[in-house]
Ligand binder design. Sequence first.
Ligand SMILES: [Zn+2]
Ligand SMILES: [Zn+2]
Length: 347
Amino acid sequence: MKSYQVTEFGKPLELREYEDPTPKGKEVLIKISACGVCHSDLHLAEGFFDLGNGKKITLSDRGTKLPFTPGHEITGEVVAKGENAQEINIGDRGIVFPWIGCQDCESCLNEKETLCENPKYLGARLNGGYSDHIMIPDGKYLVPYGDLDPYQAAPYACSGLTAYSALKKIPNTNIEEFILVIGAGGVGCNGILLASSIHKAKIIAIDIDESKRNEAKKLGAFAAFSPEDKKEILGLCEGKIVAAIDFVGNEETTNFGINMIKKGGTVVVVGLYGGSISLSLPLIPMRSLNLKGSYVGELKELKELVEIIKSGSVKLINVKPQKLDTANEAMNDLKNGKVNGRIVLCP
Ligand SMILES: [Zn+2]
Ligand SMILES: [Zn+2]
C-alpha cells in the first residue's frame, strides 16, 4: 500500500510503501476511492495548534507518533475483513467515519465518541486516507452512501459533519429568528447549505471577503455582511439573533458572535484558527450567555447527514478531484487560499 505520510512535522509529506495489512477481529480493510484535503491536515502536518498568548498544543504531546498518514474525509470499498467483522461484506461501499473513540469508555458506549478522552481518530492517531488503503477498527464505521459519487461524498466525513453538528448544538429556532454564520469558507458554506435541514431561522453570513459574501448569498444565506456593518446587521435582525456559529475561531470572530447575540443566545465555536479572548465574567450570567464548542460530529449524526444528502433536499459541496500524487501541492494550495471547493485526492 502506498501512503503519503508526515515523517517530520513542518516538512512536506513523503511517499512510503508498505505491505497491505491483514484485518483481524472486527477490522475491515478499505480500498480508498477518495480522500478530502481538510484545513486541519495542515495543522497536523505542522504539528501544533496555536492556543494564543504564545501557547501551543503540540501533536507529539497529544500522542501522535511519526510517521503517520493524514486524511480523514475518506470514501471507499471493503476489500478484506477480519473473522469477527460480521455485518459487513466485501464490496460494501461507504463514507468512513473517522472520529473514532477508544470504544470502551462511557462516552464511547453512549455513542459520543468525540467526547472520548482517549480518541483513535483516523488521520490523526491512526493512519488516515492519503493512501490507497486504510484499515478501520470496525465495519460499523463505514456509512453506506447509496448512489452518491464517492468524490462528492468524501467531504461529508468532516467538513459537512462539522457544520451539521454545530447547527444541531443550537436549540430549535423559528422563522422570525436569525443565526449568524461567521466565516463563509468551506465549512461555513456547508453550514449555510445544511441550515434549512435543521433550522427555521434565517442565516446571516459574516465575512470580511466580498466574494465569499456573494457566494454565501448564492448558497442560500438571507443576507451577508462584513463584520464592520454591525449597525446594519442589528437593524435588520431587530434583536432576534439567537445564535452565532464561529467557523473561524479567532479573537475577533468569537468576540463578534458574543457581542451580537441576544440575551440567552448561543455562540458555537468551531474554527481552530487559534488565539484567545478575554471575557467579562459578569456578562455571562447577566446575558445568560451560552458559549459552546463543537468538534466534528458523531457517527449517528453522519448517518443522519448522509440521509439528508441522499434525499436531494440540499445542494452538495463543490468538489475538485485530483490525483493522490498531488497531496503536497493540494496542501500548499489550501494553505495559500487558492482552493475553491474541496480538493479530494484519488489514488
Ligand atoms: Zn477535517
Ligand atoms: Zn472512549
